[in-house]
Design a protein. Structure first.
Length: 271
């Protein structure tokens, strides 16, 4: 005959101890899980930029070596991402219109949305600004790939830069995580990307400078270079004079930004 053994219920203290142990374990695991998530997002962002870089190189093949410009000044002022529409499986709903938070035309291809963009201190908490090319995730190196102010004539050019003008393809940042306007106003223009120093008059001319955005693990941003490879960099590694976008003052080493791989080249004029 089986014995009648009484089962003593857990006491309140024992339950509280078990709950406390579970809470401690969860607290110790959470940071590791968050780091793993952030690292995975960085890799996804790198994959995005590699695809965008490949599409850009396909574009240059189709257009006699010409890169897309940051923005077309005429018509609807469409941004560089729209130029890649046929090379990356679509970008926005309407390729004839600009893509802005104010006028719509949302990004439809998630390759153009960094999975960590909401970690950026530049992103407003409302408005879903990452859904639009103008205020979104990635910017094109403005000074090298244009359009930009011609320091000789003072006029703004819209003609494209060609591959033959880039000397150091493997050391020239083409597209990267972009910070946008530090004031976080409607003037956010993350589709452009400004390097460490004043190239073609960009630094100091207005309040809408756009350095790279360190939204990833290790205070790094991800960039794709003119040869199509991607790297994760700190601002200092990319030549900036500060470790945070808000502190960049417009001095530093422009060698990764001028197409020449030369620290002494501070202008870049297209032919």
């Amino acid at each position: 005959m089986p014995s009648n053994t009484s089962r003593r219920p857990f006491t309140l203290i024992e339950l509280l101890v078990v709950i406390a142990i579970i809470a401690i374990l969860a607290a110790s695991l959470l940071p590791a899980l968050m780091r793993a998530k952030a690292a995975a997002e960085m890799r996804l962002c790198s994959g995005n930029l590699k695809q965008i870089g490949t599409a850009t190189l396909m574009y240059t093949d189709d257009y006699d070596g010409a890169y897309p410009t940051a923005r077309w000044k005429t018509g609807a002022q469409t941004r560089w991402g729209i130029a890649l529409n046929d090379h990356i499986g679509g970008v926005v709903d309407d390729t004839s219109q600009q893509s802005t938070a104010g006028t719509g035309n949302e990004i439809r291809n998630k390759v153009f949305i960094c999975p960590s963009v909401q970690r950026s201190s530049n992103q407003l908490s409302d408005g879903n600004r990452e859904r639009y090319l103008r205020s979104g995730s990635y910017g094109l190196n403005w000074a090298t790939f244009g359009p930009f102010t011609d320091i000789t004539s003072g006029s703004e050019h819209t003609y494209p830069v060609r591959e033959s003008r880039i000397v150091a393809h493997d050391r020239t940042i083409m597209i990267a995580d972009a910070f946008g306007d530090a004031t976080k106003t409607e003037d956010v223009h993350a589709y452009t990307l400004d390097g460490p120093i004043q190239l073609q008059g960009r630094w100091g001319t207005n309040s809408s400078q756009c350095p790279a955005d360190i939204r990833h693990v290790g205070r790094k941003f991800t960039a794709v270079f003119a040869d199509g490879h991607a790297e994760d960099l700190t601002l200092r590694e990319a030549g900036y004079d500060a470790s945070f976008p808000e502190d960049v003052a417009g001095t530093g080493d422009p060698s990764m930004w001028n197409g020449k791989g030369d620290s002494n080249v501070v202008t870049f004029l297209t032919p």
